[in-house]
Structures are given as C-alpha cells and as structure tokens.
Design a protein around this ligand. Structure first.
Ligand SMILES: NC(=O)c1ccc[n+]([C@@H]2O[C@H](COP(=O)([O-])OP(=O)(O)OC[C@H]3O[C@@H](n4cnc5c(N)ncnc54)[C@H](O)[C@@H]3O)[C@@H](O)[C@H]2O)c1
Length: 319
C-alpha cells in the first residue's frame, strides 16, 4: 500500500538513496533539507523538495504523513571535537524540534539514523545492541542523546520508532553516492587517489592487533541499508523504540580495502603509513542479529568488490 513519508536530509548521501528506494516502492516522498551538506540534484525525481531547517519541520508536517525518516544531521567526527556546540544544536536541538512537530501533527512513526559511534571503544566484537554505550566524540554523544530522547518519546507518547545504528556505509546507487566535503570516509578517499586528485592514501597505524596490523571496519552497501529502512517502517511498533545495528557482520582491514580498490580500478594506489589517530579502535564490526531477527533483513551486497565497484562507477561518472 502506498504511504507518504517525510525524509529529512534527503538531499544527502544516504537519505537520497533511501528516498529513491521509497519512490521505487510506490510511495510518496517529501524531502526536507537545508542543503548545508546535501545537494539539490541529489533529491530524486518524483520527490517533493522543501528547502528548510529541521526546526521548521512543524510547518511542513501534518497528519497526512505516515512516518518520518530522519537522516538530517551534522556528521563529521573531527569537526564535532572542535565545534561541539554545532553538533548539540543541530543534532539534538534539531531532533527535539522534529519530535515535537511530529507529536503536534499526529505523525507517530519514526526511523532514525543512529551510528556505531554511540558505542565508542567496544568491549566485545561483533558488537551487539546491548553493548555499553560510551561514545568517544561529541558526534557519537549527540546521536546517543537523540536515541535516549526517542526512547522516552516512545514510552511516554506511544511513538513507533526504530533507530538504525549504521557502521561504515559505502557504495553507491545509480547516480547517488558519497559526496562529503571534506571527505573523511576511506573508500571515497582512496578513489580520489585513483582519479588523480590525491598522490597517496594515508594508513593511520599498521601495528594494531589485527592480522595485517591495520584497523578493521564493517562496510555496508548503501542499497542494503536502504532495504533495511523499508523493513524498519513495517516493523515499527507503537510504544516501542527498537534499536538495530546495521553492518555486514564481517570486517575488512584498511589494507584489504586498498587492495580491492587496486583490483577494481587498476591503479597502483600508493599508500603511506602514518601515526595512529587517537580514538580509533582496532576492530569495529556489528552483530546484525537483531536486524535479521526483528526486521527480516540480511545484506545482499556484502562483497567488498561489489561495494567498491559501485562507488568507483559513481566517482568516475561524477569526474
Ligand atoms: N555515512 C556514514 O557512514 C554514516 C554512518 C553512521 C551514521 N550516519 C548518519 O546517517 C545520516 C546521513 O548521513 P550522510 O552520510 O548521508 O550525510 P550527508 O551529510 O550526506 O547528509 C545529511 C543531510 O542532512 C542535511 N541537514 C543537516 N542538518 C540539517 C538541518 N538542520 N535541517 C535540514 N537538513 C539538514 C544536509 O544538508 C544533508 O543533505 C546522518 O544522520 C549521519 O549521522 C552516517
């Protein structure tokens, strides 16, 4: 059955891919985005676009909406350390305004973009949702605060809510892919080397307790992530705040990612080992058991070559 959704942050990387999937499933989509880091051309054809700040969501929401998918946020970890106030204001202040607008409009279903950064340094790997949450940067702290806010909204006011805690999102879906500026994610950074925009890729530490000494991360294809959002809309239950990690459940080391980019692009990708960065855990891998059991989700594009090939096709087309 066709439904109507508000997608905040739908001009950004992940929000635009999910908006495209919603349209392909026959739903009506309104994108609300202030274009602070997103792009007007990222909004898929067929979606209505409202250029507005999250705090103005109340003017655009009414009872005709079935749910909100909330991607809009500031999400640069490094920036959050030097400008924490921006993160508390935008991520926490903006989400609070959105929850109020939803309550007033009678829109009682939410899917929220949470993050692996809510956990901080893991005590066990793969990381389950019951793991201790101890974020190591303001970005993760603000996302955790929003998760707490959503839990209390579900308990007190019956909101049906699902938080999806993404691990490392990568890959592209047709014309929609990663365009962060500055870019901080590994795969698009390595692809910049392949495109001749950087001389080399820096490997931050090669003496971690992992098989090849470099950090291991869990990469998930953005189209698999989109599938999980559609399933989350079906699984959301009034009065419950369900939290699900989203990852492939298997990790790849920085060296494995560089090698895969070499194979896919045919470029030698010079790599230079640099000092470790503070706060980088050796291994971050999700347990996706809850997403499998509660959403019926499993990744269909878990293979690193597929993820890198899709990201490379997108990067080349843009170049
Ligand atoms: N990319 C990842 O690997 C990753 C991992 C974990 C979680 N997340 C979360 O997923 C979400 C989407 O991430 P992304 O990589 O697509 O980022 P993005 O920067 O590409 O998209 C965010 C979008 O939100 C918009 N926005 C920001 N603040 C706004 C505001 N106050 N009002 C209206 N619009 C606003 C931006 O213009 C942008 O279009 C974010 O919440 C992020 O924290 C991303």
């Amino acid at each position: 059955m066709s439904a109507k959704y508000l997608v905040t942050g739908g001009a950004g990387y992940i929000g635009s891919v999910v908006a495209q999937h919603l349209l392909e499933a026959g739903h009506q989509v309104v994108v609300l985005d202030d274009l602070s880091t997103g792009f007007r051309e990222g909004v898929p054809e067929g979606a209505e676009f409202v250029r507005a700040d999250l705090r103005e969501a109340g003017r655009h929401l009414d009872a005709s909406f079935d749910a909100v998918l909330h991607f809009a946020a500031s999400s640069q970890v490094g920036e959050s350390v030097v400008r924490p106030e921006k993160y508390w204001e935008n991520n926490v202040g903006g989400s609070l305004a959105l929850l109020t607008a939803m309550r007033e409009a009678g829109v009682r279903k939410l899917v929220f973009s949470s993050t692996a950064a809510t956990y901080g340094e893991p005590e066990t790997v793969p990381i389950p949702e019951t793991a201790r949450t101890a974020p190591t940067n303001p970005y993760g702290a603000t996302k955790l605060a929003v998760d707490h806010m959503i839990t209390s909204e579900a308990n007190a006011h019956g909101l049906a809510a699902v938080s999806l805690r993404y691990f490392n999102v990568a890959g592209a879906y047709g014309d929609r892919g990663e365009r962060h500026d500055p870019e901080s994610h590994l795969i698009p950074l390595i692809l910049q080397v392949a495109l001749g925009r950087r001389d080399h890729i820096s490997v931050y530490g090669d003496d971690y307790p992992t098989p090849d000494g470099t950090c291991i991360r869990d990469y998930i294809h953005v189209a698999d992530l989109a599938d999980a959002h559609l399933l989350a809309l079906d699984a959301a239950t009034p009065g419950e705040h369900l939290i699900c990690n989203l990852g492939n459940g298997s990790g790849f080391s920085v060296r494995q990612v560089i090698d895969t980019v070499r194979q896919v692009t045919g470029h030698p990708i010079p790599a230079q080992v640099a000092e470790r960065r503070g706060g980088d855990p050796a291994v971050l891998v999700a347990s996706a058991a809850t997403a499998r059991d509660r959403l019926g989700w499993s990744p269909r594009r878990a293979d690193l070559t597929t993820i890198v090939t899709d990201a490379w096709d997108f990067a080349r087309r843009r170049a």
